[in-house]
Design a protein around this ligand. Structure first.
Ligand code: AMP
Length: 425
C-alpha cells in the first residue's frame, strides 16, 4: 500500500460538526450512524471545500457516506438545475456495488428539500428500462463504465455538466479491464471538475491514474489493512482439501454462525459446495457471474433477510456486497490475488462490529498463504481442528488457489471472459 506522507489527522467528532445540513444529519442518525467513521471525518470536510481526494479505503470503512454526504450537501446548496443535469458521476466496477451505493445515496438524501434523482445503471440487464428511468436526466448517476458509455451513445445521458467524478474501488475497475472505458468516460467529462478516487490497494496502475486525474488532492489513508483492523479475527486452519466441506459444516455448527460468506475459486465450486451444504441440512445458495441478475439479486436478498445461512460465492460475484453484521467469512479456496484477501475479509467486522475471517490452508496452498501473509505483513498461527488433522503433504492439482475450473484442467478464463460472464461488457 502506498505510504501517504500528507495523511490527514483524524479526530473523533460528531456528524453535525462536519458542517452537514440538519436534513443529512437526520438521515444518517436514522440509519443509526452515531459518529463518523475515520474516513468520513477525514474526507467530508475536503469534499465540501471542493477539493480532489485520493483515499485509501476498503469496503466496510464507510467510504460511501464519505463521498455521498458532502456531494448531496453540495447538490442541495447549488439548487436544482432545470432541466435536470448529471452533476455527480460515480463509477464502480460491479452492478451489485452500483445498486448498493444508489440505495445508500437515496436514503441519505431522503430529507433534502429538493428531491435528488439518483440513477443506477449497469450492464447485464436490458438497457431500455434504464433509458426510460433516465428520461429528464438525473442529478447523481452511479454506473459501471461499459453501460454508461452505451447510454451516452444512445443519447440517453449527457456527461457535460458533471461537476464531481467519483471512482470507487479504482483498483477493481482497472483490475477488471475497464481502463479503456474509463479513459473514454474521462474524455467526455468537462475539464474543470472535482475528482474523488477511492481504492483499497494502490498498484502502479492506480497510482498512475491518480497522477493524471487528481489536482492537489487531499490524501487520506486510514488504517485498513487486515493486520490493523482490530475487529476482524483472522484465522488460518490447516485441512486437507477434500475435507474442507466437512470442516466448514463443523465450524458453522460449532460457532452457530448465523450468516457465512464462503469464497471459492470457481462457478463450479460455488454450486458444488452449496449443494453439499444443502444436503447436510444447511440453507445455502451459490452466487456467481453466470447466474441471471434476477437470481443473484434473489440470493443476496435471501441472505440479507437471513433466509439463507450460507452464501457460496466467487470473488467477482461477491465484490462490494454490503451486509451488516456478517459474522463470518470463509476462504474455502484462497484468493488468487493477495489484494483480494483484503476485499474478502472486509465483508465481515464492518462498521465497528466484530467478525471472523477463516482461511483454509492445505499442503498445496500453504506457500500461497505465506505470500498473502507477507504481503499484508502478518503471520497467523496455523490451527488444526481435532478430527481434521491434515495427512496430505503434497498438493492435489484441484486445491491450488488458481484452479479456475473447479480443478478440471483447462483454459484459464481471461478478464474479458469474466466480464462477459458478469454481463458487464
Ligand atoms: P461502506 O464502506 O460505504 O460500504 O459502508 C459499510 C457499512 O457501514 C454500510 O452498511 C454503512 O451503512 C455503514 N456505515 C457507514 N458509515 C457509518 C457510520 N458512521 N456509523 C455506522 N455505520 C456506518
Amino acid at each position: 500500500m502506498t505510504e501517504f506522507s500528507k495523511s490527514t489527522s483524524i479526530e473523533p467528532q460528531a456528524f453535525a460538526s462536519l458542517a452537514l445540513s440538519p436534513q443529512i444529519v437526520r438521515a444518517v442518525q436514522e440509519k443509526n450512524y452515531t459518529a463518523p467513521t475515520p474516513i468520513q471525518s477525514a474526507v467530508i470536510p475536503g469534499v465540501l471545500k471542493g477539493r480532489d481526494v485520493w483515499a485509501c479505503a476498503h469496503t466496510g470503512s464507510g467510504k460511501t457516506a464519505a463521498f455521498a454526504l458532502p456531494l448531496l450537501q453540495r447538490h442541495s446548496e447549488a439548487g436544482r438545475a432545470r432541466p435536470r443535469r448529471v452533476r455527480s458521476l460515480i463509477l464502480v466496477p460491479t452492478r451489485e456495488l452500483a445498486a448498493q451505493i444508489g440505495a445508500s445515496i437515496e436514503s441519505y438524501a431522503r430529507y433534502l428539500p429538493d428531491a435528488i434523482k439518483v440513477a443506477v445503471v449497469f450492464g447485464g440487464v436490458s438497457i431500455n428500462p434504464q433509458m426510460m428511468a433516465l428520461r429528464g436526466s438525473a442529478d447523481v448517476v452511479v454506473a459501471t463504465p461499459g453501460r454508461l458509455l452505451d447510454l451516452v451513445e444512445h443519447n440517453a445521458l449527457s456527461l457535460q455538466s458533471v461537476a464531481t467524478l467519483v471512482l470507487d474501488e479504482a483498483d477493481r475497475l482497472l483490475d477488471l479491464g475497464f481502463a479503456d472505458e474509463l479513459a473514454k468516460v474521462l474524455s467526455l467529462l468537462p475539464e474543470r471538475r472535482q475528482n474523488l478516487l477511492f481504492s483499497a490497494t494502490f498498484p502502479p496502475a492506480v497510482n498512475a491514474l491518480a497522477e493524471i486525474l487528481l489536482r492537489d488532492p487531499l490524501r487520506v489513508d486510514v488504517p485498513s489493512t487486515p493486520a490493523t483492523v482490530p475487529d476482524i479475527d483472522q484465522r488460518a486452519i490447516q485441512v486437507d482439501a477434500p475435507r474442507r466441506t466437512q470442516l466448514l459444516l463443523r465450524l458453522i455448527r460449532e460457532y452457530s454462525w448465523t450468516r457465512v460468506l464462503v469464497f471459492v475459486a470457481t462457478k463450479y465450486s460455488t454450486e458444488h459446495v452449496a449443494e453439499k451444504l444443502r444436503r447436510a441440512g444447511i440453507k445455502a445458495a451459490a452466487i456467481h457471474g453466470e447466474l441471471s441478475q434476477g437470481a443473484r439479486t434473489r440470493a443476496l436478498a435471501d441472505f440479507k433477510a437471513q433466509e439463507l445461512q450460507v452464501l457460496v460465492a466467487t470473488d467477482l460475484a461477491a465484490r462490494g456486497i454490503d451486509i451488516m453484521s456478517l459474522p463470518a467469512v470463509v476462504n474455502y479456496d484462497l484468493p488468487r490475488s493477495t489484494d483480494d484477501y483484503v476485499h474478502r475479509i472486509g465483508r465481515t467486522g464492518r462498521a465497528g462490529q466484530s467478525g471472523v475471517a477463516v482461511s483454509f490452508v492445505s499442503a498445496g496452498t500453504e506457500s500461497h498463504f505465506r505470500l498473502i501473509e507477507k504481503r499484508h505483513r502478518m503471520t497467523l498461527p496455523r490451527e488444526i481442528v481435532p478430527g481434521f488433522e491434515p495427512v496430505q503433504t503434497t498438493a492435489p492439482i484441484a486445491s491450488s488457489p488458481g484452479a479456475t475450473n473447479g480443478g478440471i484442467k483447462g483454459k484459464r478464463k481471461s478478464k474479458k471472459d469474466k466480464l462477459r460472464e458478469q454481463g458487464l461488457k
